[in-house]
Design a binder for this molecule. Structure first.
Ligand code: NAD
Length: 265
């Protein structure tokens, strides 16, 4: 199937992690024929590695270091991209993380954690989108794909603040899709289930890994919650992201799509 990416310029945030969804998305968009992929991350050294792989696929690319929680940095980055490529057709808002360190009840999570978590997962995506949408409006087309989380659709002990920030992102997706449909801009959200990337690293900080028998038992218990029998892979998320970014799904907007092997139904 031709996804219609010829001549398209894409911007992918959170593309630095070499195990993460952003890199897998950038590489797939390049393989599927986008003209240019801009990859950005708070970690410039890492995102340069991703750009090198995108380039090897014959796609134009730029690696830019940007902290998405810094509105001025985000605006400067988008200006730079427009200066270089004149347009942005596809925006993939991937950067995000769990920032709460302790598995504590919701009312015991510190105010500072609430603020940081909202700044990253909700405000960061909002800054990016706000900077890009005026250019999409001018060309009367654009596809925005936000990466949410299955945690926003269920009770998630220990990651409640994270889940709340992602619920905000689900609703942001719908509000934007409703507002911008008439301008040819679509916005959808993909909700991954648990996948072994770096995003929950903070939860493990300072804790020794559990003994193998304990880990195996935990893993076996966890797998019972995946009807399709395994956790997610970055490629699973990249496949759905490419589909939602393409004109093949042009009639779909404002949707929150679970990509989790049935972990959330
Ligand atoms: N892996 C999972 O189990 C899982 C499940 C559900 C949702 N998600 C979501 O998927 C998205 C991607 O995460 P991942 O699993 O690839 O994790 P990852 O940690 O491997 O990648 C996330 C990337 O975001 C970048 N980032 C973090 N803070 C940033 C900031 N302030 N500005 C710019 N970049 C920043 C990191 O440097 C990293 O490269 C996140 O939004 C995450 O919440 C992940």
């Amino acid at each position: 199937m031709d996804l219609g990416f010829k001549g398209k310029v894409a911007l992918v945030t959170g593309a630095g992690s070499q195990k993460g969804f952003g890199k897998a998305i950038a590489l797939l968009l390049a393989k599927e024929g986008c003209d240019a992929i801009v990859v950005t991350d708070v970690n410039l050294d890492d995102v340069k590695k991703t750009a090198a792989e995108v380039e090897k696929l014959g796609c134009k690319t730029m690696a830019i270091g940007t902290d998405i929680t810094n509105n001025a940095e985000v605006d400067a980055m988008v200006n730079k991209v427009i200066g270089e490529y004149k347009k942005i057709d596809i925006l993939c808002n991937v950067a995000g993380a769990i920032l709460q360190k302790d598995f504590m009840p919701i009312d015991e999570q510190k105010t500072e954690i609430w603020q940081k978590q909202m700044n990253l997962n909700l405000f960061g995506t909002m800054y990016l989108t706000r900077a890009v949408v005026p250019y999409m409006r001018k060309q009367k087309s654009g596809a925005i794909v936000n990466i949410g989380s299955g945690s926003s659709s269920q009770f998630s002990f220990g990651v409640q603040v994270y889940a709340i920030s992602k619920y905000g992102l689900d609703l942001f997706t719908k509000q934007l899709a409703f507002q911008e449909g008439k301008n040819g801009i679509r916005c959808n959200c993909i909700s991954p289930g648990p996948a072994p990337t770096n995003f929950g690293a903070v939860l493990r900080e300072g804790q020794p890994p559990p003994p193998k028998e304990v880990y195996d038992k935990m893993h076996e218990e966890m797998m019972k919650a995946f009807p399709l029998g395994r956790m997610g892979k970055p490629e699973d998320i990249a496949n759905m992201t490419a589909l939602m970014a393409s004109d093949v799904t042009w009639y779909v907007t404002g949707q929150v799509i679970q990509v989790s092997g049935g972990n959330v139904m």
